[in-house]
Design a protein around this ligand. Structure first.
Ligand code: AMP
Ligand code: GLY
Length: 453
């Protein structure tokens, strides 16, 4: 499998005022999940780093970095902290602060920050904007219609499907951010009408459901493809596969992701090249044309259909848990690449090399997740797991309470392993999982099995 990609787009991007890289830097990572733990852990390996802070972080980031008690969306306090601590680069993990414009605010304050500006983050924060951009740029995606209110969406379904008997292969999506839950895959007319009602009338996800997208239901397997871009040059990363459903065999409700692995044989080198030229490069160009130049991580959710790969959605950040296996394999200085994006000189940095061994990440969750669950339960066996070779236990939802690591979220740990094959990495990850215990802890048992079929 090919290990790295670098494609040069043909236009010249905008420049930023404060360029230049420094040694002995203090960094700030914004967020508190497994993705942010992996980012802090990887950045800590850079010889140019002095100290890493994570806001607000978790019990794992407290071990690999230092936590700061500021919420990821409290932009004014994050700016004050970055100024006071002379932070040389801030790296933003989650979508919420990005769509609130954290990058614009840091830039306006003269602070160096990695991530897309608010207008570019619309690519994830508005599915209507994303679908329209895909359509105009002729990028393969499901056919869609956008609606401004529930009544026009309901009329569309009633006009198109006269009876409850026919298959209705549609997906109804809330326009705005809904933690991955504002998407309802339908099979019948009733499903579609109920979905419109839940999203746009009952507003289950608040204002996210003010506008709707209704699109053709695609069939196939899903993959996550990531590119780091400064708006001129893109660096495509090895592809990953997530496991969104809660239970084995892809059954049960959707979650934030119960496990991931990278690379995935679902995306061959040829297919990755074609996704790069037919999806990633045209998207970066289209964003530039829309005067929303994209700098940061472009995450394409891809469905591999019988007609080839099609875009399900874009996100504007690393995936969680995909980030964990990808960064386990990254060899080289992540800071060099992220800084090069901030300085718009990605074409000048060495592309990373990749550990040839695949990585598998198994998420351990609280009893009841993705519905309600208890927190504050003491977690045992973390030291034992950490002693195993080729293992890193990233923390997703943990806290420190009276000197003890306790559960603090639905997704609690991202147990990540390298192995000589996907099967060997899977075996090693589950060996570590078996060392770790807390009341009600569970995980999917079939992470990465998709790769064997
Ligand atoms: P999104 O947030 O748009 O990626 O959607 C979340 C999940 O819904 C995806 O990972 C897919 O499993 C499913 N999904 C979204 N759009 C479609 C579609 N057009 N066809 C089939 N499944 C879809
Ligand atoms: N794992 C999918 C996501 O981060 O959206």
């Amino acid at each position: 499998m090919r290990n790295d990609r670098m494609a040069v787009c043909s236009y010249v991007g905008d420049s930023v005022a404060q360029a230049g890289s420094f040694d002995n830097m203090n960094l700030l990572v914004v967020g508190n999940g497994g993705r942010e733990h992996a980012l802090a852990w990887k950045l800590a390996q850079s010889p140019r780093v002095n100290k890493i802070y994570v806001a607000p972080g978790n019990a794992g980031t407290a071990l690999d970095a230092e936590n700061v008690d500021i919420a990821a969306t409290d932009i004014p306090r994050l700016i004050d902290f970055a100024r006071d601590q002379k932070i040389g680069l801030t790296v933003v993990g989650p979508e919420a602060p990005l769509s609130l414009g954290i990058v614009d605010a840091f830039e306006a304050a003269g602070l160096r920050v990695f991530g897309p500006r608010g207008q570019a983050a619309e690519l994830e924060a508005s599915k209507v904007f994303c679908k329209e951009l895909l359509h105009h740029a002729n990028i393969p995606t499901a056919d869609h219609h956008s609606f401004r209110d529930a009544d026009s969406a309901t009329r569309f379904i009633r006009d198109r499907y006269a009876t409850d008997l026919e298959d209705v292969p549609l997906v109804v999506k809330a326009d705005g951010l809904a933690g991955g839950k504002g998407v309802i895959v339908c099979s019948t007319r009733r499903d579609a009408l109920d979905a419109i009602d839940r999203l746009a009338r009952q507003k289950e996800f608040g204002d996210a459901g003010k506008r709707l997208v209704i699109e053709e239901r695609l069939e196939g397997q899903e993959a996550s493809v990531f590119a780091i871009t400064d708006g001129r040059t893109i660096l495509t990363l090895p592809p990953a596969q997530d496991h969104k459903a809660a239970f084995d065999g892809d059954l049960g409700p959707n979650t934030g992701g119960m496990g991931a692995y990278s690379p995935t044989p679902l995306i061959s080198d040829e297919m990755l090249s074609s996704i790069e030229s037919n999806v990633l490069v045209p998207t970066v160009h289209a964003m530039k044309r829309a005067r929303r130049p994209f700098h940061g991580i472009l995450f394409a959710g891809i469905m591999v259909t019988n007609q080839g790969p099609k875009v399900l959605e874009f996100n504007v950040r690393f995936g969680d848990p995909e980030c964990q296996p990808i960064l386990m394999r990254w060899q080289g200085d992540l800071l060099d690449v992220l800084e090069a994006v901030v300085d718009r000189r990605l074409d000048e940095v060495a592309t990373p090399t990749w550990d040839p061994r695949p990585a598998v990440c198994v998420v351990m969750a609280s009893e009841g997740y993705p519905s309600s669950y208890k927190t504050g339960l003491p977690i045992r066996g973390l030291d034992e797991a950490a002693k195993l070779p080729d293992i890193k236990v990233f923390h997703s939802g943990t806290a420190m309470q009276d000197g003890q690591v306790v559960s603090q979220g639905g997704r609690v740990l991202s147990v990540t392993a390298l192995g000589t094959s996907i099967a060997a990495a899977k075996l090693q990850a589950y060996k570590a999982v078996r060392c770790i215990r807390w009341e009600g802890a569970w995980c999917r048992k079939d992470i990465a099995d998709k790769s064997f079929t």
